[in-house]
Write a protein that binds this ligand. Structure first.
Ligand code: BDR
Ligand code: CA
Length: 299
């Protein structure tokens, strides 16, 4: 499956990226960075370092420096000042490219329509700029699978807003109204996909770069939290792409409240339908994620 990962690493982004780069069923064409959990310089550098951990040559392309709406909002209390909870990853020998949306537009025009999937782990700023500035290319996107939103769950960036939607509500509104095939994975599912510290042992024992690094990153996710388990939001996107049968989706038409509760997803009958994951076989999905991170024969 040809994919582009749009991301703001971010601890859970980092685990998702390590999994994708260790998984032969993904043909990762590029990683595009966006400002989100932390500023753009950090998210880009973190993406480069994660590629270095994988030992692969994947382009990292820097994207938007800030949201289309709102002022942005760092999540340093969760992801640390460096976005990776203080987990030191190797410096990349490579630099990043610039102009993420131009890069993705070119890739979309070079591939047959409908064959490129975007795995969206962050505020949707890059995707909205792509839709606005390169509409012909954007219409060729095969599928956007995005972590974002809260349907019945309370928010994690306000009473109703989930972080990725709340950090750039206008961008999410543009993307959700675009009519390209979209599957959203909201907090209703990702909060049910959790890791405990005890579960990290096999990852560490695997000795694989992806497994051991993921164990450190997930452990860092517990810093400053007294919780017994932590949600693995962004990896759900990768698993949905490979094993949609492990999730249950409902069709919805969604807009984004930009005024009263900015970032709240609201039903909107005038919008095109999107799929929204509302159920997950968390045991099977965890097995897949762990197996993938511990895979020794890299792609
Ligand atoms: C989302 O917000 C970010 O902090 C995480 O990386 C994830 O993409 C969860 O709401
Ligand atoms: Ca993220």
């Amino acid at each position: 499956m040809k994919v582009i990962i749009d991301t703001d690493p971010g601890l859970d982004d980092a685990v998702a990226i390590l999994y994708a780069l260790n998984e032969p069923r993904f043909d990762v064409q590029a990683i595009t960075s966006v400002a989100g959990n932390i500023g753009i310089t950090r998210t880009t550098d973190n993406a480069l370092r994660l590629v270095a951990v994988s030992g692969r040559q994947i382009p990292v392309v820097q994207g938007a420096t800030g949201p289309l709406s709102g002022t942005g909002r760092n999540e340093e209390t969760i992801h640390g000042a460096d976005g990776l909870g203080g987990v030191t990853l190797p410096l990349s020998p490579n630099g990043s490219l610039s102009d993420a949306t131009g890069f993705v537009a070119k890739r979309l025009m070079a591939e047959p329509p409908g064959t490129l999937t975007i795995l969206a782990l962050a505020p949707m700023t890059n995707l909205a700029i792509l839709a606005r500035d390169h509409p012909q290319a954007f219409a060729r996107v095969g599928h956007i699978i995005a972590m974002g939103g809260a349907i019945h769950e309370k928010g994690n960036a306000g009473p109703f807003a989930e972080y990725n939607i709340g950090a750039d509500g206008l961008a999410a509104s543009i993307v959700l109204g675009s009519g390209v095939p979209i599957t959203m994975i909201p907090l209703d599912v990702t909060r049910r996909f959790r890791a405990t510290l005890a579960e990290l042992e096999p990852l560490r024992a695997s000795g694989t770069p992806a497994g051991t690094t993921a164990a450190s990153l997930i452990e860092a996710y517990f810093l400053g939290s007294a919780r017994e388990s932590r949600p693995l939001h962004d990896p759900c996107v990768m698993l949905m792409a490979l094993a949609p049968e492990l999730f249950g989706c409902d069709e919805m038409r969604l807009g984004v409240d930009l005024v009263e509760h900015p970032g709240r997803l609201v039903p909107d009958a005038s919008r095109p339908p999107v799929q929204v994951a509302m159920r997950i076989d968390a045991v099977a999905v965890k097995r897949m994620l762990w197996d993938g991170l511990m895979r020794a024969d890299q792609p």
